[in-house]
Design a protein around this ligand. Structure first.
Ligand code: HEM
Length: 410
């Protein structure tokens, strides 16, 4: 299916059937979002899915328990088919409704508090430094492969209390499993995902067997919860796998998207370089302008009316964070990238009871990495913008490569 366009009516960006798997939408979803925001804010799109785009509606959906996750869990477990993968997917915190969702969040929550995460700050700074060292001498790098993915992976391994040296293997398994949880997944993606989950699970089981529950990290916290019967072994394995995937794909993609926004706006990049105190604001604007997580999915447990549309029980509803972040009803000049705008919270980390647990950890990495990149002299894109490609995913938005150049250190 594609996102049909009615060029012949002069409505170049008119969307008759929004489909996030369409190639043009994956490349640049924003023209379609604008059309939806303006003309059809609660839109029945491809595969009978509802797409909600306005900020206020997205926030309302995310705060309403009738827009639930259980059906979504069933959808994915059915899609991946029987076996270990389906068991792991079935226990993912993101797919639980109450009371299991609250129970799991209660166990892992303390590991995500700013005071607990401060212990990771020196490691994140040292990792950014380490990863940039070879590039500084060369004056060139691929930000996605050389900085974004390795940084995000090491940070999440640090959060869990797993060795940074395991990053390469864990990264491969995680990507293979993650590909199965996308509407665009192919049969080959499924085959690889099933193979990867077996090795990934073995790895987590071994790590658990070797660990004692006396550390300050997330693995220790979950082992303690298991002893108090607050968490099952399967839930622990599933949580480790999920956190590694969600924790690194998101940050890595966001770092690429954010830096690209700055590179496309050299005046703003220069501002960050000259005024490092603006880095946190720049990160917020990068999150708003081009979020790594474009959408979140729910399934209705009751009939609901939204914007005069009647949504039925069991209907699938996708909220479009990427569209809500460009809603003119919420933001002045929504399509301008302006790091000095009064920071208005965006939808990039979600909202309500599922607000992203890793938001603080993500901001820590984005601030450190974007702040360091901005200091590289004469930083610029080292390819034509037309050569840039996005990974073929619907929920996440992230570049395949981001080659940059700068003046090497003398
Ligand atoms: C820039 C980076 C990130 C972005 C854009 C992001 C975005 C999001 C969004 C939009 C949600 C809400 C999902 C929903 O409502 O269905 C979410 C939830 C979540 N995120 Fe993140 N995330 C990021 C980084 C992280 C990191 C680093 C971690 C952990 C290591 C993490 C762990 C989680 C978890 C566990 C949830 C589920 C919370 C729940 O269901 O209660 N995220 N994230």
């Amino acid at each position: 299916m594609t996102s049909h366009r009615r060029e012949n009516l002069g409505l170049a960006d008119a969307v008759t059937l929004f489909d996030p798997t369409a190639v043009n939408v994956q490349r640049d979803p924003y023209p379609s979002y604008h059309w939806l925001l303006r003309h059809d804010p609660v839109h029945r799109g491809a595969h009978q899915v509802w797409y909600v785009s306005r900020f206020a509606d997205v926030r309302a959906v995310l705060g309403d328990e009738r827009f639930a996750r259980t059906g979504i869990r069933r959808f994915w477990t059915d899609l991946v088919g029987p076996g270990l993968l389906s068991q792991i997917v079935g226990d993912i915190i993101l797919f639980q409704d109450e009371p299991d969702h609250g129970r799991l969040r209660g166990v892992v929550g303390p590991a995500f508090s700013p005071s607990a995460l401060r212990r990771l700050e020196p490691m994140i700074e040292a990792t950014v430094d380490d990863l940039l060292r070879p590039a500084r001498a060369l004056g060139a790098m691929d930000v996605v492969a050389d900085l974004a993915y390795p940084l995000a992976l090491r940070a999440v391994l640090g959060l869990l209390g797993l060795p940074a040296g395991d990053a390469d293997a864990v990264g491969c398994w995680s990507r293979a499993v993650g590909r199965t949880l996308d509407r665009g997944a192919t049969a080959e993606d499924m085959r690889r995902g099933h193979a990867a989950i077996a090795e990934f699970t073995d790895y987590v089981e071994r790590a658990l067997a070797e660990r004692r529950d006396d550390g300050a990290d997330l693995l220790a916290l979950m082992l303690a919860a298991r002893r108090s019967r607050l968490m099952s072994r399967n839930e622990i394995v599933s949580t480790v796998v999920t956190f590694i995937f969600t924790g690194h794909e998101t940050v890595a993609s966001q770092l690429g998207n954010g830096l690209l926004s700055l590179l496309h706006h050299p005046d703003q990049l220069e501002l960050v370089r000259r005024r490092p105190h603006l880095v946190p604001q720049a990160v917020e604007e990068c999150l708003r302008f081009d979020p790594a997580v474009q959408s979140n999915t729910r399934q209705l447990t009751a009939d609901v009316e939204l914007h005069g549309r009647r949504l039925r029980r069991d209907d699938v509803v996708v909220v479009l964070a990427g569209a809500a972040n460009r809603d003119p009803g919420r933001y002045d000049r929504p399509d301008e990238f302006d790091i000095r705008r009064d920071p208005v919270p965006s939808m990039s980390f979600g909202a309500g009871m599922r607000y992203c647990l890793g938001a603080y950890l993500a901001r820590l990495q984005l601030r450190t990495a974007l702040g360091a990149m901005a200091t590289l002299p004469d930083l610029r894109l080292a390819t034509s913008p037309n050569e840039l490609a996005y990974q073929p995913r619907t929920m996440f938005r992230g570049l395949t490569r981001l080659p940059v150049a700068f003046t090497p250190a003398g």
